[in-house]
Design a protein around this ligand. Structure first.
Ligand code: UTP
Length: 415
């Protein structure tokens, strides 16, 4: 321990973060060890760079951004639909598909006490979001005769609560051995002065590193290896909070196979130029997403000859990747974006500080930054009411109330 402590002290001195040991002597032996290991795990050069970046305004080179070609599912001929369906179906039936649900988010806007997937959507059945998602896998199992492996990415914060929920609900009737959990990575949060924060226990305050952390964590947790060993070739990756997500879709898969693209994504039509969503685009000729915070008003209003928005394909976190694409992506590190958030931390007087306004930086990678690794992606525009019912806010737009209505209407009209 002494040697470790000396090493930690040197490191902290070098990076001007010595405050992290202020309460070291008050910690129990277990937490002492934990804190030292936390510090040794920190990439201080990266943290320094990320802090410097918080002071820069992000410049967008609009000239590098152009609309991306897409297929509108509603305009496909029956022959095209059959072709994609058959190709996708063949791959699904031969056990080549796995699905991943990203459930590591904090769900701060919803404000539910627990992992977002455990939220009761308020249906007469009182099904949780996890059960709603699982229903689609059970349906796929009954329809296609295959048990599709289901991986859930959790965070350090919600991993145990997530696993316990699955246990308590007997995996919602899905074979337990087909359900796998893995944890995403974390990064320290920093204050406005660039100092890494301590949490209320005197340990480094860590936060999940964004949904883009999925590639690194799939690699580090041997998820990719596991999938390959089991003959998986295609991986659907979606968010936990869309209760109409189609995790098993032969059409999207068949489209990728037919077009020879290593990835595909679903879009829904952006409601209007001002809707706060990221949209698919090409950036430097590679697939990408331009965020609503990035897009200029002029670009957001551009329309084609039919009056449709040129940048109108909303990215809804429904993407399919070939395992080769995932391997290539996990070899590169994604950029981190900073978010100014409300955080509770311990100050150097050992007082717990919380705030009604943002007071600290959190760093997140975004899944769509990985798209630029690919030369191309098949984008499939789908009908919003069939595939997109997000649960983001406690009330109003994209809330349990709107998602419940969309979900109920979809099942009333389609089954
Ligand atoms: P959001 O960006 O909507 O974030 O995540 P959130 O954490 O769920 O909600 P807020 O912003 O705090 O209210 C979109 C999807 O990405 C996952 C979420 O679980 C959700 O499925 N996600 C997000 C992660 O898995 N890890 C992260 O670090 C962030």
């Amino acid at each position: 321990m002494d040697e470790k402590l000396i090493k930690v002290k040197e490191l902290l001195k070098k990076y001007n973060q010595e405050h992290l040991l202020t309460f070291f002597d008050d910690l129990n032996p277990e937490n002492k060890e934990l804190l030292l290991n936390q510090v040794l795990d920190i990439d201080f050069e990266l943290m320094l760079k990320l802090y410097e970046n918080t002071k820069k305004t992000v410049e967008i080179d609009t000239d590098s951004i152009e609309p991306i070609p897409y297929l509108d599912k509603s305009k496909l001929s029956q022959d095209e639909l059959d072709l994609y369906y058959e190709k996708g179906l063949e791959a699904i039936k031969s056990g080549k598909l796995a699905v991943v649900t990203m459930a590591g988010g904090q769900g701060t806007r919803l404000g539910h006490n627990g992992p977002k997937g455990t939220y009761d959507l308020g249906l007469p059945s009182h099904k949780s979001i996890f059960e709603i998602l699982c229903d689609t896998l059970i349906l796929a199992k009954n329809t296609y005769g295959v048990t599709i492996p289901w991986y859930l990415m959790t965070s350090n914060e919600n991993n145990l609560a997530t696993i316990n929920f699955f246990e308590e609900h007997n995996y919602f009737g899905y074979p337990k051995e087909a359900v796998h959990f893995f944890k995403q990575g974390e990064l320290p949060m920093i204050g406005t002065d660039g100092k890494i924060l301590l949490n209320e226990n005197g340990l480094v305050k860590l936060a999940a590193n964004g949904h883009g952390g999925i590639f690194e964590s799939m690699f580090k947790n041997n998820v990719l290896k596991d999938m390959k060993t089991n003959g998986i070739e295609w991986v659907f990756i979606g968010g936990v909070d869309n209760v109409l997500v189609k995790m098993v879709d032969p059409i999207l898969m068949g489209l990728c196979i037919n077009n020879n693209t290593l990835a595909g994504g679903k879009s829904v039509v952006k409601v209007g130029p001002k809707e706060k969503v990221g949209v698919f685009c090409k950036r430097n000729q590679k697939p990408s997403v331009v965020e609503y915070t990035e897009i200029t008003e002029e670009m957001a209003n551009l329309t084609d000859e039919n009056g449709e928005l040129l940048f109108g394909e909303s990215h809804i976190l429904c993407n399919l990747f070939n395992i080769r694409a995932l391997e290539a992506i996990s070899n590169n590190s994604l950029p981190y974006h900073s978010a100014f958030k409300k955080a509770t931390y311990m100050n150097d007087k050992k007082e717990q500080v919380s705030s009604d306004v943002p007071n600290a930086y959190k760093f997140e990678a975004f899944i769509f930054d990985a798209f630029s690794t690919l030369d191309n992606m098949s984008i499939l525009r789908v009908n919003r009411v069939d595939e997109f019912a997000p649960v983001k806010n406690a009330t109003g737009v994209d809330s349990p109330e709107t998602a419940r209505e969309l979900y109920t209407n979809y099942y009333k009209n389609n089954f």
